[in-house]
Design a protein around this ligand. Sequence first.
Ligand SMILES: Nc1ncnc2c1ncn2[C@@H]1O[C@H](COP(=O)(O)OP(=O)(O)OP(=O)(O)O)[C@@H](O)[C@H]1O
Length: 263
Amino acid sequence: MSAIRFDGVWKEYGDHIVLERITIDVAPRAFVALVGPSGCGKTTFLRMLLGEETPTRGRILIDGKPLRPEPDADRGVVFQRYSVFPHLTVLQNVLLGRELKESKWLGRLFGGAKRAATEQAMVLLDEVGLKGHEDKYPSALSGGMQQRLALAQAIMRGPKILLLDEPFGALDPGIRSEIHELMKRLWNETELTVVMVTHDLSEAFRLASRVVAFERHRNRPEERERYGATISRDLEIYPRRTAQPRPPLSIRSGRDDPAEQGA
Ligand SMILES: Nc1ncnc2c1ncn2[C@@H]1O[C@H](COP(=O)(O)OP(=O)(O)OP(=O)(O)O)[C@@H](O)[C@H]1O
């Protein structure tokens, strides 16, 4: 569970102001959808939260502490494409999430730790509907399956915050609604705080507990670079959670699993 605070954040690239005066508090376990016209800085916001970009002014706090400047295991991310490794099998892709977290230098687990992680990965693959596909490579999976794999890989790392950048944008409508159900379930059953960029308003309202719109108030061509986008709408949607998070099983947190600690 993590609370996020953007406190008077600006982001500029040279003379180009992308975002200005962004102040927002996100409660732990919220699901925030970021919407707005193309180029208004949604991905830039996400990348600052991931630690890939730093604010030009202002500060970002996670649970009251300044954001660490580089990506870490507390923040998982799923992009529209290329989130999984093509040369690793489905199971290896999910295991990698845990291996990179637990064994930073070698990137591999051995013995009991590996067995425990494999068991957890198999449970997670079952949850996301990829049971039976463990030994396939991503190229043998449909787009929807690849994104379910990307979600499993991100969740296997036990992040507190999950960042989604148009994760379902490239999927067909039928597959999209299936994965929406999965996403809702994962969010309901975990303690994740989710921040998702989407172009699709109906997706935003279907999934999120809060919809935040970015907009540039001055949009004449000569003004575009000198004024950034700000938050123009901030809509709380009624609480969407239907379940309490289950006990910290394997994949859901990856932090408190006794099997793993004893391994
Ligand atoms: N590394 C960078 N250097 C310079 N300009 C950048 C950089 N990254 C982003 N920008 C500029 O910042 C602006 C916002 O980009 P961003 O990708 O955040 O917008 P977006 O709202 O996510 O757009 P879209 O909806 O089209 O994905 C764009 O004008 C982009 O060109």
